[in-house]
Design a protein around this ligand. Structure first.
Ligand code: HEM
Length: 178
């Protein structure tokens, strides 16, 4: 009987204060991802690079890029789309968990490539880039609205806007996973 009470009393005691605080990040295997000091991007695992990763062929129209303000205009439109999405309560949570520094660069490259403005696309293919992200149709609609707003802010004519959207639309098959 005494030994049972003693054992229960021992179990009730709080553990002694440890001199070292517990490093919970280490315990749970959480690693801080270091950004490249030059680019500010978080390095990604190696993947095969190809223009095919852009998801479509460039437009056969040398004049289209001018409607987007050339390469610099395209870069600003891509960055603005990401910025609007990061601050859009409908989809912000998806973007917060990812490297939007890299995304601004690779999205600009993709748009620039598709608009035949003379860029190489160096990012991943659409299925790989969005794998396990859980993007739904509603998220896609929100992103498209943000892209439309970015294009409007940069005075891209409506017909030119629709030509870029028409290039991107079939890619939703590889982006939407639920
Ligand atoms: C047709 C529609 C879409 C296109 C063309 C597109 C394009 C891209 C491109 C080019 C990348 C970069 C890949 C890389 O850096 O290797 C990317 C990544 C990403 N996209 Fe999309 N995207 C689309 C839809 C969406 C939607 C609907 C969301 C969420 C609402 C989304 C969220 C993201 C995020 C968070 C990343 C970063 C992934 C990472 O670096 O881990 N995208 N997308």
């Amino acid at each position: 009987m005494f030994s049972v009470i003693f054992a229960l009393a021992m179990m009730q005691q709080s553990p002694p204060d440890s001199a070292e605080p517990v490093d919970w990040d280490k315990e749970f295997g959480v690693e801080e991802q270091a950004r490249d000091p030059q680019t500010g991007e978080i390095p990604v695992a190696e993947y095969p690079q190809s223009h095919d990763n852009a998801g479509a062929a460039p437009m056969d129209d040398a004049a289209i890029a001018a409607h987007f303000g050339g390469r610099e205009g395209i870069r600003m439109i891509a960055a603005r789309t990401v910025e609007l999405s990061e601050n859009d309560p409908r989809i912000a949570a998806i973007f917060i968990a990812h490297d939007t520094v890299r995304l601004k660069r690779t999205l600009a490259e993709q748009f620039c490539y598709l608009l035949a403005a003379g860029c190489d696309y160096t990012g991943r293919d659409m299925a790989a880039a969005h794998a396990a992200m859980g993007v739904r149709m509603a998220d896609m609609n929100a992103l498209v609205e943000n892209l439309q707003q970015a294009m409007r802010e940069h005075d891209v004519p409506f017909a030119a806007q629709n030509r870029l959207l028409a290039k991107l639309a079939p890619m939703s098959r590889d982006v939407i996973t639920r």
